[in-house]
Structures are given as C-alpha cells and as structure tokens.
Write a protein that binds this ligand. Structure first.
Ligand code: ATP
Length: 305
C-alpha cells in the first residue's frame, strides 16, 4: 500500500506545486491527464483560432469559497496585441493566466477567445493554441533535443534545430560534447536560468501557438542576458496575442496596453505614456524601479571593475 501511496502522494505534491507556480502547465497535463478537476463538456467544440482575440468579461474568481481573489476583471486583448499585467505580489496576475489556460473555471463572468467561451471548447484545442514561457522552466531528465521537441513532438530535426537557432541556444548545444544528445534536468547537465528560458523559447517557437503567455522571472538575470531574452521574446510575440505577467516595468514599456492590478482588481490601465502622465500607482512603481535599476547597474559595474 505504501508503495502505491508514495508515488501518488508525490504526484499530488507535483500537481499542487506546478499548479501553484504556473511553471510548465502543459507538462503537468500530460503527466496527470486523468487528474483534472476541469472536464470537457459533452458537446465541446474545437477552438477556432487562426488568430485570437481574448476577452475577460466581468470575471470573479476565488480558489477557496471564503476568499475572493479576482473582482469584476474585464479587459480585451485584440488579436496580435500584447497586454502586460503588473502589480504587487499576490495581486492576482498569475491567476489571470491560470484561468486563461483553464486550470480553473471562473466563478462568474466569462473568458472568451474569438467569442467562444473557453468552457465550451475542448481543453486539448484550447491548450494547443497557447504557448507558455514560464518563470522557471522544468526540464525533463532527457536529452536537450527531447526537451525542445516536446513543443511539437512530430517536428523534424531541421525544425528543432531552426527553433533552437531562433532561440539562440543552438551554438551552445553544439559546443557540448554530446551535443543535442546531452541529458539535462535534475539528473543531467544543469542549465542556468537563462539557458532554461531559451529552451522554453525554442519549445514555444516550435509549437507556433497563436496565444503566448510570458511569466517573467522575478529574479533578474544579469542585464545582458535579460536584454537578449527580451529581444527574442519580442520577436516571437509579433503577430501573436500575448499576455505578459511582468515584474520589471522596463521590459513592458512598449506593450499595447498595461493593466495595473491591486488586490484582485484592475486599478489602472493604459499605455506606458498614459499611465506615467496620469501620475498614479504605475507612475510611482516606475520611479521606484528606475532607481533600483540604476543601483543594480552600479553594483554590476563595481563587481566587474
Ligand atoms: P506574484 O507576483 O507573487 O507571482 P501574483 O500577482 O501573480 O503574485 P497570484 O499568484 O495570482 O498573484 O495570487 C493571487 C492570490 O491568490 C494570492 O493571495 C495567493 O495567495 C492566492 N492563491 C494563489 N494560488 C492559490 C491556490 N492554489 N489556492 C489558494 N489561494 C491561492
């Protein structure tokens, strides 16, 4: 009994951890296909999404009955545009992404993609339309080739290499003694945060989804790696509908729209310029982060001197 209990217990733990952190949700669904709380409706349709307009319409949500997390959240992301969400820790940013991925169902209101309520489409087609670059990519204990090809298992070798080149990780992989056959993950070669993110980017490029969710890492990479990764993300976000959960405001200043969240509500919205001009919470956060970034650059140059 214990033998059976331990793996189940462990899977339960992994499920809760991954569910909480947004990290590699796609992977979790493959591992625990039968453990879903959310089920397809008997007449669920395939999501029609050559391009995707996303609408959150008066969404209320709570994980537990006695504690509401989102309050009347409404916003649209027109097809091909990029919306960034900012706000203090715990304000509900990642929850928006979890609901879009249909990890949970809204308590009231609805989420639509191209006017289809996401509760009425198959989860398979919903998730096939989305690519996620999580904060911390979980790698399988398998070859780096497998880890990239996971984005689209039927991809050819040429396609995998092309995606790795586009994510600027191909040359690094080729420099390893075992090249693409190198085993990575907990029991293999440990990759740096930036390298792991590039694997996630390569996977996403290979998957070629119409919707992208970027969950920006809280802990900053060094500013050069950060800039390169941001440039790559911008490139793959072109012409895709994108939701970016941002911690550093400097990375999202050119978003089509920025939502500022506080305790589960959208308290400000607009472009970077509009939000600065209105002198509210966003403007204060911006001022604070500008100062922090100046301090960080000074520290970096002191260390490298
Ligand atoms: P951060 O910037 O720290 O990632 P966030 O703005 O993304 O924070 P969320 O992860 O969306 O915040 O969490 C919003 C609120 O919901 C928090 O108060 C959090 O404690 C709560 N919460 C998140 N996941 C769960 C869960 N699985 N069960 C219960 N409460 C949860």
């Amino acid at each position: 009994m214990l033998q059976l209990y331990m793996p189940l217990h462990f899977l339960g733990f992994v499920y809760r951890e991954i569910k909480h952190s947004l990290a590699d949700m796609e992977r979790m669904f493959t591992l625990l296909d039968e453990n879903r709380e959310i089920q397809d409706q008997p007449d669920a349709k395939v999501l029609a999404a050559d391009q995707a307009t996303i609408r959150f319409h008066h969404v209320d949500f709570s994980y537990e009955t006695n504690r509401q997390i989102l309050f009347d959240v409404s916003f649209d992301i027109p097809a091909g545009q990029n919306i960034a969400v900012v706000g203090h820790s715990g304000s509900g940013k990642s929850t928006l992404a979890r609901l879009l991925f249909r990890f949970y169902d809204v308590r009231s209101g609805c989420i639509q993609i191209n006017d289809q309520d996401i509760r009425t489409v198959t989860q398979q087609s919903l998730r096939a339309a989305m690519g996620i670059v999580p904060q911390d990519t979980v790698l399988f204990n398998d070859s780096i080739y497998y880890n990239i090809a996971y984005g689209r298992p039927e991809a050819t070798q040429v396609e995998v290499y092309t995606a790795a080149r586009a994510a600027h990780i191909h040359d690094f992989i080729e420099s390893l003694p075992e090249k693409y056959a190198t085993i990575v993950g907990e029991r293999g070669l440990k990759l740096s945060g930036g390298e792991k993110q590039r694997v996630a980017i390569a996977r996403t490029i290979l998957k070629n989804p119409v919707i992208l969710i970027f969950d920006e890492a809280t802990s900053a990479l060094d500013s050069n790696s950060e800039k390169r990764i941001q440039a790559e993300l911008k490139r793959i976000a072109q012409n895709r509908t994108t939701l970016t959960i941002a911690h550093r405001l400097s990375t999202i200043a050119d978003a089509d729209q920025i939502l500022v969240m506080d305790h589960g509500r959208i308290i400000e919205r607009g472009t970077h310029q509009q939000l600065l001009a209105s002198g509210g919470t966003y403007a204060q956060m911006w001022e604070l982060q500008q100062q922090e970034e100046i301090d960080q650059h000074q520290q970096e140059s002191t260390i490298s001197a």
